[in-house]
Design a protein around this ligand. Structure first.
Ligand SMILES: Nc1ncnc2c1ncn2[C@@H]1O[C@H](COP(=O)(O)OP(=O)(O)OP(=O)(O)O)[C@@H](O)[C@H]1O
Length: 270
C-alpha cells in the first residue's frame, strides 16, 4: 500500500529523516516507534505532503505521491489524525462527520442543485446523513450524534476523530498518538477499536504511538526510528528481541519493560 524509499528531510541544520525506507502491506497495522524527536511526526508530514522531501520517494498503491500538495495527496486516499484533538467542538458529532464526508472527491452535489433545493440535492444530503450515522454506529457513537463534539469524553473525541478520517474513505489511515492522554480503560477500548479497523473498513493503518502495549498488541509490523534513521523494521517479536531497540529506544531496564518483555503493572505502558 505504501512504500518509502530512502526518504530524507532536512530543516535547516536539522536532519529530521535520513534515508528512511520501509513498506506497509495492504490491510496491515504498521506502527512507527522511537524516542522523542526521532522523526515520527516528520515521517507523517512527508507522507501527507506537508513536509518537502530533500531526497527519496513515497508511493501509495503503486503511484508516486511525493512532491504533490497535501490536498492532492489526501484525495488519493490518505487520511490522518493528529497528536492533539482537532474537532469542530461547537458543532454536533454528526456534523463533524458530515463535514469530512463532503471533503471526499465527488461527494458534493452541484452548487446549483443545492441552491435550488432540487430533489437530487436533498437525496444526496439524506444519503450522506445515513452514511454518517452508520459510521457513528460502527464506532459506538450513534447515541451521541446530536451532542456538541466538545461535550464528549476525551476517549470518545479521539474515536470521533478517527470516524471523521474514515468518512473520507481512505486507503491509508495515519494515526498520530491516538492513545495520548487516555486513561487505561479508554486505551483498552481504543486498542480493540483500532485492531478491528482494517477488517471493518478495508483500510491500512500506519500508527505512531508511545504506548507499547497498544503497539505490540495490535501491530503486524513495527518500524523503529532513532535520530531520523530506521534502525529496525520487523514483527513485534523481532523488535522486542532486537538489541539495538533495547539500547536505543529507552535504555536498559526501562526499555525492557516498555517493550513488553517484562510484565508491567496493569494499565501502565511506558
Ligand atoms: N518544522 C520544523 N523545523 C525545524 N525542525 C523541525 C521541524 N519539525 C521537526 N523538526 C525537528 O525534527 C526532528 C524530528 O521531529 P519530530 O517531531 O518528527 O519527532 P517525533 O519523533 O515525532 O517526536 P515526538 O515523539 O516528540 O512527537 C526534531 O529534532 C525536531 O526538532
Amino acid at each position: 500500500m505504501l512504500v518509502l524509499d530512502e526518504v530524507s528531510i532536512r530543516f535547516g541544520g536539522v536532519q529530521a529523516l535520513s534515508g528512511v525506507s520501509f513498506r506497509v502491506a495492504d490491510g496491515a497495522i504498521h506502527s512507527v516507534i522511537g524516542p522523542n524527536g526521532a522523526g515520527k511526526t516528520t515521517l507523517f508530514n512527508a507522507i501527507t505532503g506537508v513536509a518537502r522531501l530533500s531526497a527519496g520517494t513515497v508511493s501509495l498503491a503503486g503511484a508516486r505521491i511525493d512532491g504533490q500538495p497535501p490536498h492532492v495527496i489526501s484525495r488519493q486516499g490518505i487520511a490522518r489524525t493528529f497528536q492533539n484533538v482537532r474537532l469542530f467542538g461547537s458543532i454536533s458529532v454528526l456534523d463533524n462527520v458530515l463535514v469530512a464526508e463532503e471533503a471526499r472527491p465527488g461527494s458534493v452535489p452541484g452548487l446549483l442543485a443545492t441552491l435550488a433545493c432540487l430533489p437530487s440535492a436533498r437525496r444526496a444530503e439524506q444519503a450522506a446523513r445515513e452514511e454518517a450515522m452508520r459510521l457513528l454506529a460502527d464506532v459506538g457513537l450513534a447515541d451521541a450524534a446530536g451532542r456538541a463534539a466538545r461535550t464528549l469524553s476525551y476517549g470518545d473525541q479521539r474515536r470521533l476523530e478517527i470516524a471523521r478520517a474514515l468518512a473520507t474513505r481512505p486507503k491509508l489511515l495515519l494515526l498520530d498518538e491516538p492513545a495520548a492522554g487516555m486513561n487505561p480503560q479508554e486505551m483498552a477500548r481504543l486498542t480493540d477499536f483500532i485492531a478491528g479497523l482494517p477488517a471493518r473498513f478495508g483500510v491500512t493503518i500506519l500508527l505512531i504511538e508511545h504506548q507499547m502495549r497498544l503497539v505490540m498488541g495490535i501491530s503486524d509490523r513495527v518500524t523503529v526510528l532513532e535520530y531520523g534513521r530506521c534502525i529496525v523494521d520487523g514483527t513485534p517479536d523481532e523488535v522486542r528481541a532486537h538489541p539495538e531497540v533495547l539500547r536505543a529506544y529507552l535504555g536498559g531496564r526501562t526499555a525492557t519493560r516498555a517493550l513488553g518483555l517484562e510484565a508491567a503493572p496493569s494499565g501502565v505502558s511506558t
